[in-house]
Design a protein around this ligand. Structure first.
Ligand code: ADP
Ligand code: MG
Ligand code: MG
Length: 558
């Protein structure tokens, strides 16, 4: 393969070296000046914020307020909920856990919580022994860590062999117990003060100067997508720029807003997350998870051109991950609508993730319209549709990963869209010997023409689909926790993106002036930092541990 022009080589090497530096030991790739500015405020600066987070009346929080608005906590009630403060926000959860650990009378419950989480991701071979150890430690009356608050039903051993759901009821009761007995003392403790210090820091304004830009990775509808690095932490991201004038000219504000809101709301290992949204004079910017392993289309067709398509286990691995991403979206009442191999991106470890904007559920005929061959029959018939469309396209994607062609066209065949539509509505797909019986059955179930008969999301989960024989080898808990080694790991020195010259430039936008109305729209877009990814970033880069020291000025010892 041609390595491209000199410009690309230089840009790639800067990018690869920044990427390499930003691992768990990212300290070396941080910018010292920016890192130094990341300091917890004096606790006295956080009083108003603390009152707000404790649900004690209004208060402007001393910072930019409304950080929770688009950031996962959807409204005031949720911002002060136990769930949001102690379970969903990574730093909130860590501090709550530290509080439990340090509090006599709560430490056993805290330890049980940690053990239950470990149990859910343990290897199948170790599960029986792990369950036994857990029971002995926490369920034995008279034991030092006996959790007497659990009901007999929660402690009863399972009738059959051990499964990851064995302690489901215990976990539910444990969290209810913690909410009832530990949450109030936690909120009166210095640990909650520390939490408000982090929340204050999180709410500080963020702009382009917080990031260093690297090479262009791709071209979107309204601007380029670049690799970038947060100067203070060294963490790499992708920055998708949307040119304001181009947005105005092509009436793109609303779609941009929808994309931002949805990305800010979903937090799944299998969906790119939004770290922050800000604006510059010319652009709206979305800073999101960097997916630098290339897209699945490229991997299916271009990596080994003489032998396209994946061995079935690899296709099943990606299908399982996509399934978890879809389940998460559908639990948040979001229909993705645009699933196809091209929109599935790999990260640097070879795990997959969905890029592009998912859309809210139940609507019809809203662009972008998926390409022919990826449209479910009900969409082609212009009927009302729901998330079942995403399982149809999951079937198409699985088919294409195995077979290296779409189910409704022969390889290399030129077909009119009209004919693809006809086949999608009427013809069953034809399977080659590349498919196992299980893969074929799963494809048929997913590509059922009648959405009511299709495999997919039912009663709030994909439990039934996950139990399909196709996924017999998949350990869902471990996959969800990121513990399953991927079948293919992208080369860390390689850049899976087009050469700079091939990305293509934008023509300048003429005849559009921005006014006060645009400024208001842009301000609404630029909502700043999204809590969950920001907190994950601080933990992952070691900054949380560096900042979370006790005993300094204004930082009372617990
Ligand atoms: P648009 O929605 O405007 O079409 P896309 O989201 O499709 O923009 O992004 C355009 C291109 O930028 C993609 O095809 C891909 O090459 C690249 N890209 C987008 N998001 C990421 C990401 N998170 N990580 C790496 N590259 C990305
Ligand atoms: Mg695109
Ligand atoms: Mg897109």
């Amino acid at each position: 393969m041609d390595i491209g022009g000199l410009e690309t080589v230089v840009a790639n090497s800067a990018y690869v070296s920044a990427r390499g530096g930003a691992g768990a030991s990212g300290a070396s790739s941080r910018d010292r000046r920016h890192r130094a500015r990341l300091r917890l405020p004096h606790i006295s600066q956080c009083e108003a914020l603390r009152a707000r987070l404790a649900g004690r009346g209004p208060g402007d929080g001393g910072a930019q307020g409304a950080a929770g608005q688009d950031g996962g906590a959807q409204d005031g009630a949720e911002e002060t909920s136990f769930r949001w403060q102690c379970l969903e926000q990574p730093i909130g959860k860590r501090l709550f856990r530290q509080f439990l650990e340090a509090t006599p009378g709560l430490a056993a419950a805290g330890a049980l919580w940690a053990e239950l989480e470990a149990f859910e991701c343990c290897e199948e071979a170790e599960r029986g022994a792990a369950a036994k150890a857990l029971r002995g430690r926490f369920f034995s009356p008279g034991g030092a860590e006996h959790c007497g608050f659990l009901s007999a039903a929660a402690m009863a051993p399972p009738a059959g062999p051990s499964t990851p759901e064995d302690f489901g009821l215990a976990r539910k009761e444990l969290l209810a117990h913690l909410e009832a007995t530990a949450w109030a003392p936690y909120r009166a403790s210095p640990y909650f003060g520390r939490f408000t210090q982090f929340k204050w820091l999180e709410a500080q304004p963020v702009g382009a100067e917080a990031f260093a830009d690297f090479r262009v990775l791709g071209k979107g509808g309204f601007g380029e997508v670049c690799a970038c690095q947060r100067r203070a932490t060294g963490k790499m991201y992708a920055n998708k720029r949307l040119n304001k004038k181009r947005l105005k000219k092509r009436h793109g504000y609303e779609a941009a807003m929808v994309e931002k809101r949805i990305l800010a709301r979903v937090h799944s290992r299998f969906i790119v997350s939004l770290a922050c949204a800000f604006q510059t004079k010319t652009d709206l910017c979305l800073v999101m998870t960097l997916m630098n392993g290339g897209d699945l289309r490229y991997h299916v067709y271009n990596v080994d051109e003489d032998n396209p398509g994946f061995p079935e286990p690899r296709a099943v691995f990606y299908t399982a991950q996509i399934l978890l991403g879809l389940e998460h979206l559908h639990q948040h009442r979001i229909v993705y609508r645009d699933l196809k191999p091209e929109n599935v991106l790999l990260d640097d470890r070879g795990h997959r993730d969905m890029g592009g904007p998912p859309l809210p559920p139940r609507h019809r005929g809203v662009p972008p319209v998926p390409p022919p061959g990826f449209m479910a029959p009900e969409v082609l018939r212009d009927e009302e549709y729901d998330w079942a469309v995403d399982y149809f396209t999951l079937g198409v994607t699985l088919f294409e990963m195995v077979e290296a062609r779409g189910p409704f066209r022969r390889r290399g065949e030129k077909v009119e869209n009209q004919e693809v539509t006809r086949r999608t509505l009427q013809d069953p797909p034809s399977f080659s010997e590349r498919f196992s019986a299980a893969a074929r059955a799963a494809c048929e179930g997913l590509m059922a023409k009648d959405p009511g008969a299709r495999l997919g999301f039912q009663a709030g989960s994909c439990a039934q689909l996950k139990a399909h024989p196709l996924f017999a080898a998949v350990s869902w808990g471990r996959l969800e926790a990121g513990l399953v080694p991927p079948p293919f790991v992208p080369d860390p020195r390689r850049v899976y993106a087009k050469d700079l010259g091939e990305v293509g430039a934008f023509s300048s936008v003429r005849g559009v002036e921005l006014d006060g109305g645009d400024a208001a729209l842009c301000d609404a877009f630029a909502s700043g930092t999204v809590p969950v990814p920001w907190q994950e970033e601080l933990i992952e880069t070691g900054l949380f541990q560096e900042l979370n020291v006790w005993g300094g000025p204004g930082q009372l010892p617990p």
